[in-house]
Ligand binder design. Structure first.
Ligand code: FE
Ligand code: FE
Length: 165
């Protein structure tokens, strides 16, 4: 029996993220269309474009590994998105709608940050600094997006969510 070492774990986690990123790619336009705040709409739209790059970077990593780009169902991202969509529906006509969108989007970003943070370190340990630097670019965009969403929440959205419509 083949011993499952870190290289196998790394590939399986890449597949998890490949599934997750493609799911996020389909979800972000829905969130952007729902957003009321123009800043929030723009931030979600921009991140949708970045997410396309994240998918392509993962394809590049698979190619450099000489492995087919295949996704593996990630129940964590399915759950995060499902819960976000439920809350969005429940707050559809509420002044807190945008606050609910930011909460859902930040949950997604935090999931991505934890996964890419791990993948970057594993790539380094595996001696694949080439893959680490590709994944690091995505990690930075996830972190920036998280910070942008916090700024939008603090800047207007959370205050607006306090007011009755
Ligand atoms: Fe991403
Ligand atoms: Fe993201």
């Amino acid at each position: 029996m083949q011993t499952k070492t870190l290289d196998v774990l790394f590939e399986e986690t890449l597949r998890d993220m490949y599934f997750a990123e493609r799911k996020i790619l389909r979800t972000l336009p829905k969130l952007a269309r729902t957003a009321q705040s123009p800043d929030l709409r723009a931030a979600l739209k921009t991140h949708g474009e970045e997410t396309q790059l994240h998918v392509e970077r993962l394809q590049q990593v698979f190619e450099l590994l000489g492995k087919p780009a295949r996704g593996k169902t990630c129940p964590a991202i399915d759950g995060i998105i499902e819960e976000g969509e439920e809350v969005m529906k429940a707050f559809a006509d509420s002044p807190a709608l945008d606050a609910s969108l930011i909460a859902a989007a930040q949950a997604v970003e935090h999931y991505e940050i934890t996964r890419y943070g791990t993948l970057v370190r594993w790539a380094q340990v595996l001696g694949r600094t080439d893959l680490a630097s590709i994944l690091e670019q995505t990690l930075q965009q996830e972190t920036m997006t998280d910070e942008t969403l916090t700024l939008i929440a603090d800047g207007s959205v959370n205050q607006a969510a306090l007011q009755a419509a």
